[in-house]
Design a protein around this ligand. Structure first.
Ligand SMILES: [Zn+2]
Length: 273
């Protein structure tokens, strides 16, 4: 996953061993033990690699133990160090209490990935939940339901035929007669495709914000196509050739799509009180 990574050792604390003498410069009390936190990092810390120590003389610089001594080598070469140094290493590890930040920091990336994964799962669950709720409400409409829809200006009566633009608005169910929903359209419309919840927030939900003449909308069209198919009036139906059996049994044949219910992707397209 990561091609560029580094091993980082950050000093946590240090102590001088009072009674220890340097084997090189023979000075007393100059041997220092440093405790580090070690971790692998790819720009940011990925995972912790424990708390290694180093031992050196502050006077002459003689290095007794490198911070990079592998853990296994350390275990086998314990005899190399004097009892005073072994004790000092033990004490510095036992006495240094890491702050929460020092415990968490080496694992930054793992923690971020974990959080991202949990957020992803929660979002996926909530999108699925909203989508199934939408489908359920679209299939079982109730009077008063408000649908968020996008309309193509091409479908509007006073459409400007020079190119079509998407607008969004609300439709409200005022009556239900079998497969026919009587719906009124909000007087307002706003340009856009309406894929975000907040894009519908500007519309009033009050009754007087809706037109008074209802559209006759096919329930089948909503449930199956996620589109608002408006039935033609009787005069237009009479003028259509109805001899074709298939056509006459397909209710959508006598209607036209006037609006679409936008792709769910987690948005609540039906409002029910
Ligand atoms: Zn020394």
């Amino acid at each position: 996953m990561f091609y560029y990574y580094s091993i980082v050792s950050k000093p946590l604390t240090s102590t001088l061993i009072e009674k220890e003498t340097c084997p090189v410069c023979s000075k007393k009390g100059t041997i220092e033990v440093i405790l580090y936190m070690k971790f692998a990092a790819a720009i940011i810390p990925m995972f912790g690699l424990g708390r290694p120590t180093s031992v050196h003389c502050t006077e002459c610089g003689h290095e007794i133990k490198s911070v990079n001594t592998p853990i296994l080598a350390e275990a086998f070469s314990q005899k190399k160090y004097s009892p005073g140094i072994i004790n000092a290493i033990k004490n510095i590890k036992a006495n240094h209490k890491r702050t929460l930040w020092q415990l968490v920091y080496p694992w930054s990336l793992m923690i971020l990935l974990g959080i991202a994964m949990i957020c992803g799962l929660v979002m996926q669950y909530s999108v699925k939940h909203t989508n199934s709720q939408n489908s359920e409400m679209l299939a079982n409409p109730k009077i008063g339901d408000i649908y968020k829809v996008t309309i193509d200006s091409m479908y509007l009566l006073n459409a400007n035929t020079m190119g079509s633009k998407n607008s969004q608005t609300l439709f409200k169910i005022v009556a239900i007669k079998n497969d026919t929903l009587l719906m009124v359209r909000n007087k307002q419309k706003k340009e856009g495709i309406g894929v975000k919840e907040n894009e519908w927030s500007t519309f009033s939900r009050e009754n007087n914000a809706f037109e008074s003449i209802p559209h006759k909308i096919s329930l089948k069209g909503i449930a199956e196509n996620k589109e608002l198919f408006e039935f033609f009036n009787q005069k237009k139906i009479d003028s259509i050739n109805k001899t074709d059996l298939v056509k006459s049994t397909n209710p959508l044949h006598f209607s036209k799509s006037i609006a679409r219910i936008p792709n769910f992707n987690g948005i609540e397209v039906v409002e029910r009180k």
